[in-house]
Design a protein around this ligand. Structure first.
Ligand code: FE2
Length: 375
């Protein structure tokens, strides 16, 4: 078993300084209902709306927010366009991982100069609240990184959107704070080319690697490399399938998403027990590990601040690295295709990704795959 860890060092000349995730945008079949799901199940608040009423003819978007976490749900109003094709091919899924930058023009120039395929040249979008500059480049599959510069904007979300609110429907917060990391699933032998892309085109560093020996159960093998921006605020682990006895979870994803794409978005909380209780009571479904996982938990991870009982009751997993520990739990896929899911994570010093939980977790995933007949 070989795991390499390297500390993140902010380079002196970071050509792509990233301040964090600005928003995650999903293309979905029905944005109105998806927005309602993220509000009622995950505790997001209504934020902004764009559609025919705001001058956009062919699609609608709903932006919802919880603390520093913003999701945008977008749906096309007509067929025969890229958005409709995206949904036909992939089902509901993440289209844009939008990254906050101090200068979206420079971000586009620096990345395209290094070989990125342009999605969108820098565009100045204005309204009475100021200006947002947006640009974008393609990444794995049909996924796109947008660069968002909003230092001179004071509006709710973005020009083209109007504030949206329903005073009679104000779901309570579930304590979700910000995006911790977003994981991409890529095809056979594609992990290293994408690692190279993030290194060369975006100036990221490979801070952690897992080979198939680390992440392999009887069936479900995968390899993963974690890429981090120079600032450390944006982390993209990249997974590829590895040869196992039967079909791995990454292969199942690639088959049903019909290509490479975002596998999970990890959402941070400061109180995972409270957050998970809230999410479960609102219908969010999570993977379950056997209760025997908790029998020797303290021997594996040492002393932790939390009581074991509530963790066991909710199925929350714990792992430790040399800097601290983390608590995490994974949802089941949030659409009918076995594709996108969410991770809920609380870090208590640990900067890693829960390697100690991989085996228990992947066995739980395999049980789900088996039920779907995809193992
Ligand atoms: Fe994760």
């Amino acid at each position: 078993m070989e795991t390499k860890t390297q500390p993140v060092q902010t380079p002196v000349n970071d050509f792509l300084p990233l301040e964090g995730t600005d928003y995650v945008e999903l293309y979905v079949g029905n944005a109105k209902q998806a927005a309602h799901y993220y509000m009622s199940a995950f505790g997001f608040q209504a934020l902004a709306y764009a559609g025919p009423e705001t001058g956009r003819k062919d699609s609608v978007s709903y932006a919802v927010r919880q603390h520093k976490l913003t999701f945008v749900l977008t749906t096309p109003l007509r067929s025969d366009n890229d958005m409709a094709d995206h949904i036909y091919k992939h089902g509901d899924g993440v289209k844009f991982l939008a990254l906050r930058v101090p200068d979206a023009t420079s971000a586009w120039k620096e990345t395209t100069r290094r070989g990125a395929r342009s999605f969108m040249e820098p565009k100045h979008m204005k309204d009475e609240n100021g200006v947002v500059v947006m640009s974008g480049i393609h990444t794995y599959g049909d996924t796109v990184h947008l660069f968002i510069e909003r230092t001179h904007y004071t509006g709710a979300f973005m020009p083209g959107f109007r504030p949206w609110n329903n005073p009679l429907f104000q779901p309570t917060d579930t304590g979700l704070l910000y995006v911790d990391h977003c994981v991409g699933n890529v095809g056979w032998n594609q992990m290293n080319p994408w690692v190279k892309f993030y290194e060369e085109v975006m100036g990221f560093k490979n801070i952690l690697s897992f080979d198939d020996e680390d992440i392999s159960t009887e069936y479900s093998a995968l390899m993963s490399k974690v890429m981090s921006s120079g600032s450390g605020f944006v982390k993209f682990p990249i997974n590829e399938p590895a040869e196992g006895k039967k079909k791995s979870q990454v292969e199942e994803y690639l088959e049903f998403y019909n290509g490479e794409g975002c596998q999970h978005v990890a959402l941070a909380t400061n109180d995972i027990v409270k957050t998970v209780k809230e999410l479960m009571s609102r219908g969010v479904e999570f993977l379950k590990v056997p209760t025997t996982y908790y029998d020797d938990l303290l021997e594996r991870v040492g002393k932790i601040d939390e009581d074991i009982e509530p963790l066991k009751e909710l199925g929350i997993l714990v792992d430790r690295d040399n800097e601290g520990y983390l608590l995490q739990l994974f949802s089941k896929p949030v659409e009918d295709r076995p594709t996108l899911f969410f991770e809920i994570i609380q870090r208590k010093g640990a900067k890693s990704f829960g390697k100690g939980n991989f085996k228990a977790l992947f066995e739980a995933i395999e049980r789900e795959q088996e039920l779907r007949g995809n193992l």
